[in-house]
Design a protein around this ligand. Sequence first.
Ligand code: AMP
Ligand code: FE
Ligand code: FE
Ligand code: ZN
Length: 302
Amino acid sequence: MIDLHTHSRFSDGSDSPTTLAKNAARAGISAIALTDHDTTASHEEMATACADEGIRLIPGVELSLKDPEFPKNGDGRSVHVLAYFLPLEANHPIQQKLATLRLDRRQRNEKLIATLQGFGFDEVTFERVTAEAGNVDNIGRPHVAAVMVAQYPAVFGPKGQETTQKIFAEWLGTDAKAYIPRDSYTIDEFVAAAAGSGTLFSVAHPIMNYLGDWSLATIERAMPRVIHSLRDRGFVGVESYYGGFDAPTRALMVKLTRDAGLIPTGGSDYHGSYKPDVALGRGRVGDLVVPEEILDELDARR
Ligand code: AMP
Ligand code: FE
Ligand code: FE
Ligand code: ZN
């Protein structure tokens, strides 16, 4: 079993890299990509842990970038992009861009917390959110949501996936009251910075990024234009075997990806206790299977 989309405590997952590698070994995973948001700081520990467990580690990261080709609310659409086999040396242009994305994230977090306080959530402080994340660089919206639940149980109800969804719908999500946009680079700027480095790009959970609804008819109508555009701009993959899609959606996404000549990548988007219904390797419903040949195809494109 392979899993090409996972998060650790270095972003908004709950497992340390060491725990993640142990959990992956227990789940029967032979190759894993650790794709923390905007950072590869997790890879040093993860490399040691995966070597100990006999698991192959694919260097990865999940980036928040803008896609000006598919604007939303008058600006480039905010899109999650998976980058595999990227250079890890701090002085590489890609790593410098990652550092800027983290700075952006930090400024967004400060604005987001101030905005929530403006709505009366005075107990949602930078200190509490930092403590929840473990490190100021690792903060993501799920940590903010966790502090909201912990501080305002009477408002939001018990901790859990449903409560988190409600908080994203009302406060933190793209169309919600306290949403603060943050992306500093376009897809094209980032892909250009990676030229010649062997980095491979795949768009993460493309339906969530690009489509308003999840019906198969909408996917079939609207997704080919997205996939062709990304292909023409340097992407090699589309995350079609995604842990949050149901089986018919995955099958359709794989077909559309293959029709465009791209590689259908896949993974669970495991976040540990921040997304308790998602299993490493097996996804949300537990029926995810990412074919091992996908990794061979990626290797062949490096
Ligand atoms: P950030 O990187 O801080 O902008 O936060 C984005 C993260 O928030 C995603 O990677 C998910 O882990 C989480 N997230 C985004 N939208 C939702 C949602 N509607 N429900 C639950 N979690 C979400
Ligand atoms: Fe996340
Ligand atoms: Fe994502
Ligand atoms: Zn993710």
